[in-house]
Design a protein around this ligand. Structure first.
Ligand SMILES: O=C(CO)[C@@H](O)[C@H](O)COP(=O)(O)O
Ligand SMILES: [Co+2]
Length: 219
């Protein structure tokens, strides 16, 4: 993975679950690079989304990179199951991991890329001792649990701090940003140093999702 490329990762959380096959097919034919799959347990976040069986089916229907965002307690209990379901990248929340280094190692040993996500209130400097071990840092630009929220402006500063840290430690991690991304704010998020843009409602609420993905890609 080149770390200055831009990847677009539509979040299926905002898609029409009754038409999931069609939605995945639309994404297969679009300029989307990754599929972002939000898994919520109703404990770490106050919402429940979808889990392993749904991801297994999506895996069979797509050749795109499956980027699984785990918003669950005790993610280490399920890492192997998500590998079997077809995850290419597994991102765990810093806030759910007492043994983050062990969790990241477990994900990599299972053959997946490993990411760490930070809630809006969690400072970037806490990643200093793990930055060389992760493939991705996910900066949450909304409080996790729901799609359709507004981008928290402070996230721009956190993206810049993460980019500085990656440069300082000569790390290879990508910076993914998730929550409230629109065609209008995508440019400033990329300028701050992001590589991967997650977009749920912006893509799936638009009249032409494929055109919106293209617009984000060329923001
Ligand atoms: O992880 C999450 C929410 O917790 C996200 O991936 C959302 O699904 C993004 O949705 P939008 O803010 O783009 O509507
Ligand atoms: Co997400």
């Amino acid at each position: 993975m080149e770390n200055r490329n831009t990847f677009i990762a539509p979040s299926l959380l905002a898609s029409n679950f009754l038409e999931l096959g069609k939605e995945v097919d639309m994404l297969n034919h679009s300029e989307a690079d990754w599929l972002h799959l939000d898994v919520m347990d109703g404990r770490f976040v106050p919402n429940i989304s979808f889990g392993l069986p749904v991801i297994s089916h999506i895996r069979k229907a797509t050749t795109k990179f499956c980027d699984v965002h785990l918003m669950i307690e005790e993610p280490e209990k399920y890492a192997e199951d998500f590998k079997k379901a077809g995850a290419d990248m597994l991102t765990v929340h810093y806030e759910t991991c007492n043994h983050l280094h062990r969790n990241i190692q477990q994900i990599k040993d299972l053959g997946m890329k490993a990411g760490v996500a930070l809630n809006p209130h969690t400072p970037v400097h806490l990643l200093e001792n793990i930055i060389n071990d992760v493939d991705l840092v996910l900066i949450m630009s909304v409080n996790p649990g729901f799609g359709g929220q507004h981008f928290i402006q402070k996230s721009l500063e956190k993206i810049r701090q993460t980019r500085e840290m990656i440069n300082h430690y000569k790390a290879h991690a990508l910076i993914e940003v998730d929550g409230g991304i629109t065609v209008e704010n995508a440019g400033s998020i990329l300028d701050a140093g992001a590589n991967v843009l997650v977009a749920g409602s912006t893509v799936f609420s638009s009249k032409d999702p494929a055109a919106t993905i293209r617009a984000l890609k060329h923001a």
